[in-house]
Ligand binder design. Structure first.
Ligand code: A3P
Length: 276
């Protein structure tokens, strides 16, 4: 699986990472609404103190398991220091999840987003998150994405692998497009999955604090506290558009036809369906 060099160098620490039974793992393919679901889960955990979630950046509240960049604390080290119950973010495909998550029967929330919007969002992210290699033109990037030659590998095997796992493990499998359609409904699913009981008012409050607008304006969810040498929001803001169907503004007719052929081939063996 292609991954950033420093992440690969830290792999040993990821592999031997010790999960705890009361951890909650958030798993996504990049650009699928990771930050959104992290914010929601953290707000649910901090019930009655939703405003408190504004006191630290989302990447501190929900450390990124495989994160490793020189001169910064790694995800594994940050997690080791964190008190339980921990919320952990990962982009790992199901095959690479460290063994102790399975041994400790950790609950998992997966969020999937349609392949075309992910491609567009990822292209912009590759440019603004400086640790990534140069993505080339959009056409070149789309080819790399189709070939699975982007960080964390192919979108298709990621969503399919976790979908199969959700049939036999404690995985809540959510869709970005469903969250856009009815956020309170999806938050209620998360609340139930976490074994919590929240009032209608609190669920609505969390929905309002995790709307695109609120998160875009909140420096602790929008990644603007990260140095511009790491993320350059003048190239593309992290909270970019937050919609479904933006791919229509980016794909040419030829690219779309090529992508649809690839998609039908890749997804033919799977009963997953996406709205795009
Ligand atoms: P776009 O680039 O299409 O705008 P991730 O957190 O996995 O990196 O995903 C980032 C994508 O999720 C970005 O998509 C971002 O705008 C979108 N996003 C983040 N928070 C959101 C929210 N509250 N509502 C809708 N989309 C959100």
């Amino acid at each position: 699986m292609p991954i950033l060099g420093p992440f690969a160098e830290n792999w040993e620490n990821v592999e031997k990472f010790q999960a705890r039974p009361d951890d909650l793992l958030i798993c996504t393919y990049p650009k699928s609404g990771t930050t959104w679901i992290c914010e929601i889960v953290d707000q649910i955990l901090a019930v009655n103190n939703a405003e408190g979630c504004k006191n630290a950046a989302i990447f501190e509240r929900v450390p990124f398991l495989e994160y490793a960049v020189p001169n910064m604390i790694s995800g594994t080290a940050a997690l080791d220091q964190r008190a339980s119950p921990r919320i952990i973010k990962t982009h790992l495909p199901v095959e690479l999840l460290p063994k102790s998550f399975w041994d400790n029967k950790v609950k998992i929330i997966y969020v999937a987003r349609n392949a075309k919007d992910v491609a567009v969002s990822y292209y912009h992210f590759y440019q603004m998150a400086i640790v990534h290699p140069e993505p080339g033109t959009w056409d070149e990037f789309l080819d790399s994405y189709i070939e699975g030659k982007v960080c964390f590998g192919p979108w298709s095997t990621h969503v399919k692998g976790w979908w199969q796992m959700a049939k036999k493990w404690d995985v809540l499998y959510l869709f970005y497009e469903d969250m856009l359609e009815d956020l309170t409904r999806e938050i209620r699913k998360v609340v139930k999955f976490m074994g919590k009981d929240l009032s209608k008012e609190l669920v609505e409050k969390i929905a309002s604090l995790t709307s695109f607008k609120a998160m875009k304006e909140n420096k602790n969810s929008n990644y603007t506290t990260v140095p511009s040498s790491v993320m350059d929001h003048s190239i593309s803001p992290f909270m970019r558009k937050g919609v479904c169907g933006d791919w229509k503004n980016q794909f040419s007719v030829a690219q779309n036809e090529k992508f649809d052929k690839y998609y039908q081939r890749e997804m033919a063996d799977c009963d997953l369906s996406f709205r795009s």
